[in-house]
Design a protein around this ligand. Structure first.
Ligand SMILES: Nc1ncnc2c1ncn2[C@@H]1O[C@H](COP(=O)(O)O)[C@@H](O)[C@H]1OP(=O)(O)O
Ligand SMILES: [Mg+2]
Ligand SMILES: [Mg+2]
Ligand SMILES: [Mg+2]
Length: 335
């Protein structure tokens, strides 16, 4: 494929493919292997750091001048206290990436993610594993990579290794998709491990009857107000129960037309959303013909640094119902 951001698109897909591989490997080795005591979060930590090392070193190879706003940094991997974690991350990273990287190269790759972001220029933003709780439960998580130029998202790639190809028939279907969107070029889905020929365009739903819509939200009541969303759903006449799912896979479901509304309603007055938690997902929904904003109806502003300082919560919906949804959300969050 040639054209606008075609090289970036290809490299980003490759990076997300490789990072997804390490996540699946860690899950197989450590979580399924039952070598863990209950509540041990170390596998997701191994996978988080390894996935960030992999994506950042692939980006560095192809775009050495592009800065990266990544969720993780190497602090916990340094020194004597970080020794165990560090050697595991080095081992895992080198199971996926070749030629092998030294320990020092891996730590440096992780720390390429410390860029502060901002209004001007171009940078990538990465969440190596979004939905860490979903990962540990063997449910939904996503590897999320986006390219931002002068504060606007231009490319988003979302790897969803556990997402059923057909969410309405999840036990009889394959799993693992990559969602891709480039500004002005539409949104696409391809199977994880697939090729460009396997890509198909996707569209948000066009349902207008709110009583028949499906809304999705976080599994975690600490990440979204599930009581406010229940009130909003009730006011809108939504009858179906919410689809609860971890990670930016929710944006994938809206972009793919598998769900119609995504609500993320602020729980705590102090939490500010991070850019890597919404950049890839929001361009995906927009390019699939859906709409995304915060709970005040304001556009998500990716020019404010590492966090969405100007925004509160998130609302995504198909374009025909968005106005009604945001009206109900505004009424609820201002009451
Ligand atoms: N209080 C909070 N409100 C909203 N989102 C949160 C909160 N705490 C953590 N998160 C983020 O929510 C994302 C998971 O989303 P979801 O709940 O939709 O699966 C994670 O990126 C997580 O950040 P982190 O990666 O630091 O854990
Ligand atoms: Mg996240
Ligand atoms: Mg994360
Ligand atoms: Mg985290």
């Amino acid at each position: 494929m040639s054209g606008y951001l075609s090289r970036e698109r290809k490299v980003a897909i490759e990076a997300v493919e490789q990072a997804s591989k390490v996540c699946k490997l860690v899950f197989k080795q450590l979580v399924e292997g039952e070598t863990l005591t209950k509540g041990d979060k170390s596998p997701v930590t191994f996978a988080d750091f390894s996935a960030q090392a992999i994506v950042n070193s692939i980006l560095e190879k192809h775009f050495p001048n592009d800065p990266i706003v990544g969720e993780e940094d190497s602090k916990d991997l340094q020194g004597e206290s970080g020794e165990k974690l560090r050697s595991k991350v080095v081992e895992l990273t080198n199971l996926v990436i070749s030629p092998s990287l030294s320990e020092d190269q891996i730590l440096k790759a992780i720390d390429r993610g410390q860029y502060e972001g901002g209004k001007s220029g171009r940078f990538w933003t990465l969440d190596p594993i979004d939905g860490t709780k979903g990962f540990l439960r063997g449910e939904q998580y996503a590897v999320c990579l986006a390219l931002i130029e002068d504060g606007k998202v231009k490319l988003g790639v979302l790897g969803c290794p556990n997402l059923p190809h057909d969410i309405n028939n999840e036990h009889n279907t394959g799993r693992g998709s990559i969602f891709v969107a480039v500004k002005g070029r539409g949104a696409f889905r391809r199977p994880l491990g697939g090729s460009d020929e396997d890509e198909t365009p996707i569209k948000a739903s066009s349902i207008t009857d709110l009583t028949k819509t499906k809304f999705c939200e976080s599994v975690e009541s600490g990440h979204t107000s599930q009581s406010d969303s229940a009130t909003i759903a009730n006011k809108l006449g939504i009858t179906l129960p919410p689809v609860r799912m971890d990670s930016q896979c929710k944006y994938g479901c809206i972009a793919n037309g598998d769900a119609d509304i995504y609500l993320r309603l602020r729980v705590s007055a102090t939490y500010v959303e991070k850019i890597w938690d919404h950049a890839a997902g929001s361009i995906l929904v927009a390019e699939a013909g859906g709409r995304v904003s915060d709970t005040n109806g304001d556009e998500l502003d990716f020019s404010q640094g590492r966090r969405l300082e100007k925004n509160v919560g998130v609302v995504a919906a198909n374009a025909s119902i968005y106005d009604k949804v945001i009206e109900a959300v505004k009424a609820q969050v201002s009451s």
